[in-house]
Design a protein around this ligand. Structure first.
Ligand code: NDP
Length: 455
């Protein structure tokens, strides 16, 4: 199809990750002439070095606890061992399969793919693979990249989640720095496979920003699972001799390990994009500033996903990319809501939540009714596992609207998706109460909590 003016394309998308591919595919389906520029493998963070490979390793590691639990149900599990290299090979094959699917999705939609690093030359031009291509609109969907803290030895010796997904052998001892999503997920992976796992973080509890009760419960659960927590500490330096890293903490303690991993946050992937060159306004951390239509400060340039540092989750990037495509080329101008987006931390046990923590809800809505439940899951009665599941409802006292739902325990991510529908619809506590539970499940607790905390 011919483009307007004399541009090569209607749309150039920088980045073939979740947000970019969705935007490209839908725009092409609406009839736009689209080109996607990608420097790495199509699929982006989520498919190639994030959600998908991570979840496969989480599944792999979770069999360790299952094996322990099986004994209580009469299983006599004999000698067994885990072949780490074989898991990584299977994971790689699956990622290659998905990459192919991403390539096919673009091709089937009629979008072309140029492999190379794209750099803005002007508000309508991108330089890639030695030539300059032009478009009426440019969408930046280049995602994020791990951030390394400036500590002696960190850059030299630490790996990030990018490399952690590709280790060919399991390290004997791992020190993970940070206590966010990535730190907790990889702590569960390494610990599950049998590595001695240390988590070093500067806060008193992991997962800053999450509900305080959930934070307290996950700290206990991680320790019960064998992860060694070093809360309230920072790393001062790392040295390495004969494949052993010595990690010195701010209190002088030295932890020796065979692998150090930095999980200290991610930053928008903007270096060498030429944003300054064309005047695209950025936040201090480099994130592209956009409005609710994902429009940047330059009229023809838009951005979606982690590069905008709104909510850094794959489904959010996809929703932003889809809304962009519908608005620009589908004659359906729309925005998406960033409120009440559910998320999960695939730690072991996992955590999931939607809406506000008790602390954030108290600030926003004042008086709250809190309902909570803490129990040993039925499976643990026979398995002997001491771990407790924790569930919580945060209800605005005046309106009785449920403002937050939180859970730590098996299947919490699966359960929370349904809860998110209720919270998004503005459900009140009475709506939860009117639902009859599925018995016996953990999920039924969310509709059977009747006693307010402290009452
Ligand atoms: P997070 O922001 O979740 O955690 C960063 C961690 O690094 C925190 O513990 C933080 O400590 C620590 N940190 C940051 N700066 C410093 C510093 N200068 N010194 C010491 N510690 C520091 O980032 P992640 O990298 O874990 O994940 C990035 C984002 O990716 C997430 O926020 C999430 O949006 C997304 N993600 C989602 C997943 C999912 O949906 N399951 C999985 C993985 C990632 P402090 O809290 O004290 O600041």
């Amino acid at each position: 199809m011919a483009t307007s003016h004399s541009y090569d394309y209607d749309l150039i998308v920088l980045g073939a990750g979740s947000g970019g591919v969705r935007a490209a595919r839908i725009s092409a389906t609406h009839g736009a002439k689209v080109c996607v520029v990608e420097a790495d493998r199509p699929g982006g963070t989520c498919v190639i070095r994030g959600c998908v490979p991570k979840k496969l390793l989480v599944y792999g590691a979770s069999f360790a606890a299952e094996k322990e639990d099986a004994a209580g149900f009469g299983w006599q599990v004999g000698d067994s061992y885990h072949d780490f290299a074989s898991l990584i090979a299977s994971k790689d094959a699956e990622i290659a399969r998905l990459e192919k699917i991403y390539r096919n999705l673009l091709a089937q939609a009629g979008a072309s793919l140029i492999e190379g690093y794209g750099r803005l030359k002007s508000a309508h031009e991108v330089e890639v693979a030695g030539k300059v291509i032009s478009a009426e609109r440019i969408l930046i969907a280049t995602g994020g990249t791990p951030q390394m803290i400036d500590v002696p030895g960190m850059n030299e010796f630490a790996i990030t989640s990018d490399e952690a997904l590709d280790l060919k052998t399991l390290p004997e001892t791992v020190v993970i720095y940070g206590s966010g999503y990535i730190a907790l997920e990889f702590a569960g992976i390494f610990n599950g496979f049998g590595a001695e796992t240390h988590l070093v973080y500067r806060g008193e509890l992991p997962l800053r920003g999450f509900d305080e009760d959930v934070r307290t419960h996950i700290a206990t659960a991680l320790e019960e699972r064998g992860i060694i927590l070093h809360s309230g500490h920072t790393i001062k330096s790392i040295t390495k001799t004969d494949n052993v890293c010595s990690v010195t903490l701010d209190n002088g303690e030295i932890i020796e390990c065979t692998q150090i991993m930095a999980a200290t946050g991610r930053v928008p992937n903007v270096s060498h994009l030429g944003l300054e060159h064309v005047g695209v306004a950025q936040q201090k951390n480099g994130a592209i500033i956009v409005d609710e239509h994902s429009a940047s400060s330059v009229e023809s340039i838009y951005a979606v996903g982690d590069v905008t540092d709104r909510i850094n989750l794959t489904p959010v990037a996809i929703a932003e990319g889809h809304a962009f495509a519908d608005s620009m080329f589908g004659q359906n101008i729309r925005t998406i809501s960033h409120d009440n987006v559910a998320s999960a931390v695939f730690s072991q046990p996992p955590i999931a939540s939607v809406g506000l923590s008790e602390q954030a809800a108290a600030q926003k809505y004042g008086t709250l009714d809190i309902y909570e439940s803490q129990f040993r899951a039925m499976k643990n009665t026979l398995s002997g596992r001491a771990e407790k599941t924790y569930m919580k409802l945060v209800v605005e006292a005046g309106t009785q609207i449920v403002r937050g739902v939180h859970m730590m325990g098996p299947d919490s991510a699966e359960i929370m998706q349904g809860m998110a529908i209720a919270v998004k619809m503005g459900a009140k506590k009475a709506d939860f109460d009117a639902v009859i539970g599925i018995h016996p499940t953990a999920a039924e607790e969310f509709v059977t909590m009747r006693t307010k905390r402290n009452s």
